[in-house]
Design a protein around this ligand. Sequence first.
Ligand SMILES: [Zn+2]
Length: 111
Amino acid sequence: MEMEQDKDEDIAKIKHSMRTSAELTLEPHNTRLRKFMKQLPRLKLKKNVLYRKFFEHNGDYYLQMVVPEHLEQELMCRIHNRLQHAGKQKCNQEFRKRFYFPELYKKWVSI
Ligand SMILES: [Zn+2]
């Protein structure tokens, strides 16, 4: 997954800045990068794989792997199929136990 993440330009930029503590350049037209930047306090780099902390109501959190853009659809399909073509709510709930990408919920319509 480390290498797959690095194929994603936005994720690679975030990871680079986290590794080097370099300031991220704000790219006003790159809305996806801006969405990632909003998540910065929740992002965590572990063995060079990027995760996002998902907080439960009681304050505990678990780590969601950040999904590179070129794998979003494939992973969504896989979960949708594994859940025997369940609806958006159920698929989304299952997906976010392990994975994160910006605007996940919106993207279920295209499945
Ligand atoms: Zn289906």
